[in-house]
Design a protein around this ligand. Structure first.
Ligand code: FNR
Length: 383
């Protein structure tokens, strides 16, 4: 394909971020780019990865590099997948389906968010066997059950319940931008749209994005509080997880685990895995970066459950850092979002390519030809 946008010159995920920033109105860019309060956790996620050193080993034949990883009996071509992101079509129109298709094409997992701007059925079809479903537990048990039943009927076999939302995160950028749900076209928003005509025209063609899985329920919502109550609950407890385990026959993962004792409880309740995650620094500013929370969790539950990590993945080497510290697999959220924002389908493909090329190169430099063999010895030498 001819690279009309010059995406080949985007060398890193950070480059894609800058390109996305230049094409998207500020309120929509901040919606994805921002974090909780003063964004300390968001920054620390990325910084902490940078502090984990791996020592290369040489005189190893690395002419064949294997990045495959197997999860729950399914083989994937890379050890990273797309994290669930709600309302992503507000960032770039059509982003959900673009990314679901990309994940199918590159054979990596795509996690469809409960709060996606595309119905879960359409995302299951686009991801075609590579889709997992992320569940937000609602304040209304019928709403939760409705989502589970739809996910089951759509053929999802892996359910990822998000635990780290007892309350919505306080995101200062969104408050400053006066971001409103349901969405309002304020004069400032209109000005920002006019300054980004390509985004505005594409958005007009696609229509105003909404939280599609709840579209009917939210028609009568008049306040943000109404929307929050439909989407999340402050009262999801271990009993609730136990009931969910009994209800869902497929693989069950719990996303948002940071404390080793919570990880042990998930294992005791028969969950198949956890995602060590701080929601990409969007929930609290005071929490630990996930790469630092990981070792204590691995110590307590390795071998009992699959351990996935997200929050802060920006480089192929970050995937290796997480594996060297004991994670089986990682998810990336913003890395893919920046790609699609930078250049639609071609930009999304470029985000995958950057992470994958960096990963292949880093495995070769590390002297470990197969991802599955990356272990803690790569780390220990650095200490
Ligand atoms: C998210 N995340 C998220 N998580 C979830 O379980 N359900 C959701 O609907 C969303 N929505 C969402 C929206 C936006 C804009 C972002 C950036 C993130 C969290 C997401 O799944 C993942 O944990 C983080 O994105 C990982 O951090 P990085 O890779 O973005 O640094």
């Amino acid at each position: 394909m001819v690279d009309l946008m010059g995406l080949d010159r985007a060398a890193s995920i950070d480059d894609l971020r800058l390109r996305a920033k230049a094409r998207i109105p500020r309120f929509a860019f901040d919606l994805v780019d921002g974090g909780a309060e003063n964004e300390r956790n968001l920054r620390r996620n990325v910084e902490a990865f940078g502090e984990v050193e791996l020592t290369p080993r040489y005189m190893v034949d690395v002419s064949e590099i294997d990045t495959q990883a197997t999860l729950f009996g399914q083989s994937y071509d890379a050890p990273f997948g797309m994290a669930p992101i709600g309302m992503l079509n507000a960032f770039w129109p059509g982003a959900d389906l673009t990314l679901a298709r990309l994940c199918k094409r590159r054979n990596i997992p795509y996690v469809a968010s409960s709060a996606a701007s595309t119905p879960l059925e359409a995302l299951a079809e686009a991801a075609d066997g590579n889709g997992w479903f992320q569940l937000y537990v609602s304040s209304d048990a019928e709403v939760t059950e409705g989502l589970i039943a739809r996910a089951e009927a759509a053929g999802y076999t892996t359910l990822m319940v998000t635990a780290d939302v007892p309350a919505a995160g306080k995101r200062d950028r969104d408050i400053r931008n006066q971001l409103a749900v349901p969405f309002r076209f304020t004069p400032e928003v209109l000005l920002q749209c006019m300054a980004n005509p390509r985004w505005a025209l594409t958005s007009l063609r696609h229509g105003t994005p909404n939280v599609a899985n709840y579209a009917d329920l939210l028609q009568s919502a008049t306040s943000y509080a109404d929307v929050q109550k439909t989407l999340i609950t402050p009262a999801f407890t271990w009993d609730g997880l136990e009931r969910l385990r009994a209800r869902w026959k497929g693989k069950l993962l719990v996303k948002g685990i940071l404390h080793p004792e919570d990880a042990v409880k998930c294992a005791d309740l028969g969950c198949d895995g956890i995602v060590v995650s701080n929601h990409g620094g969007r929930q609290v500013a005071f929490g630990p970066p996930t790469i630092e929370a990981l070792p204590a969790i691995v110590e307590d539950v390795a071998g009992r459950m699959t351990i996935i990590l997200d929050s802060g993945i920006r480089r192929g080497a970050d995937v290796l850092r997480a594996k060297a510290r004991g994670a089986d697999f990682v998810l990336a959220g913003r890395a893919f979002a920046y790609g699609v924002g930078a250049g639609g389908e071609a930009g999304a493909a470029r985000a995958f390519e950057i992470l994958h090329l960096e990963l292949v190169r880093a495995l070769g430099q590390l002297g470990v030809p197969s991802f599955k063999d990356v272990g803690s010895s790569a780390l220990r030498l650095a200490l």
